[in-house]
Design a protein around this ligand. Structure first.
Ligand code: HSE
Length: 317
């Protein structure tokens, strides 16, 4: 009996101006998977905790098991697998919850099978998990969850993913206001055409942000964190959005925006100390408005998934 435990991190997608092409991993929260190989010939989802009973139990329909099924099909292997998924983070929160589950599942099965695929080669399977979860196979959560760090999805067809340098000390303040915005719906409200002048502003900012990461130019990062395309359409879904931005910038955040499709908001900061001040100010504002929230502060997670071996005592027959 072979068993393994894998933690995969939450992620911030878009990073303001980089809709569907930029993302980063944080150290916490995240999801944990415990996986056991067995002789059943079936992939089963035997434990699912932390979702208040709201995610599918059917292994074909839950991201964590669906990606394992496609991975094994790709290898041409009939292998019995028992999965335990511990959701240690909220879902529908804009923190890449479905990605964390898919990535934890894929890394676990790939380790148990002896690493036939590289982390990069696992990415298309994780992207299909996103399609199952929200209807679209974007990579800006799964790529940083799988590879760690700051990631640029340079192209989808063909897939071309680039890890970017991370400036020393760069930290992320995250606040999740306790309202739910399903990614599928937050994508459906977006207009599919944008004026050329907005496109010019946006690609200038994306290039500036990438250049800022590559040269550790915090001023350039700060100037570039402007989203004139997506944020104007989604900001109204998020409570107190404008006030939260103003407060984050007053606390010296480099920039502020929606984390993924929201409702979580994030700020990039020059240090953990600044990030703590930002989350304190944002949580106080939300509490004043009668909205509960959860805050997370983290340096950029360069490592990505963490693989831990499980003690045999946890292994199932
Ligand atoms: N880029 C995606 C979106 C991320 O903004 O819809 C979803 O978490």
């Amino acid at each position: 009996m072979k068993s393994i435990k894998v933690f995969a991190p939450a992620t911030v997608a878009n990073l303001s101006c980089g809709y569907d092409v930029l993302g980063l991993a944080v150290h916490a929260p995240g999801d944990e998977v415990i996986m056991h190989l067995n002789n059943s010939g079936q992939v089963t989802l035997d434990v699912l905790e932390g979702d208040e009973g709201r995610l599918p139990r059917n292994p074909e329909k839950n991201t964590v098991s669906a990606v394992v099924i496609s991975y094994l099909r790709h290898l041409g292997v009939t292998q019995g697998v028992s999965i335990e998924l511990y959701k240690l983070m909220p879902f529908g929160s804009g923190l890449g919850s479905s990605s964390a589950s898919a990535v934890a599942g894929l890394v676990a099965i790939n380790e148990l099978m002896g690493q036939p695929l590289t982390r990069e080669e696992l990415l298309p399977f994780a992207m299909e998990g996103e399609r199952l979860a929200c209807g679209n196979a974007h990579a800006d959560n799964v790529a940083p969850a799988l590879l760690g760090g700051l990631v640029l999805v340079r192209s989808y067809h063909p897939l071309d993913v680039v890890r970017l340098p991370v400036p020393q000390g760069l930290s992320c303040a995250l606040v999740y206001p306790h309202v739910e915005i399903p990614t599928r719906e937050a994508r459906q409200i977006l207009k599919t055409h944008i004026p050329l002048r907005d496109a010019v502003t946006q690609w200038g900012n994306v290039a500036g942000l990438v250049a800022g990461f590559c040269t550790s130019d915090l001023g350039l990062i700060s100037r570039s964190m402007q989203d004139v395309v997506i944020e104007p359409m989604r900001a109204m879904l998020i409570p107190c959005f404008d006030e939260l931005r103003q407060l984050a910038l007053e606390q010296q955040a480099l920039g502020f925006g929606i984390s993924g499709s929201g409702p979580s908001v994030f700020a990039l900061c020059s240090s953990l100390a600044v990030a703590h001040k930002v989350t304190a100010a944002l949580e106080a504002k939300l509490s004043e408005a009668g909205i509960g929230s959860t805050a997370y502060v983290s340096e950029i997670n360069l490592q990505g998934p963490v693989v831990k071996n499980v003690q045999p005592v946890l292994a199932k027959a």
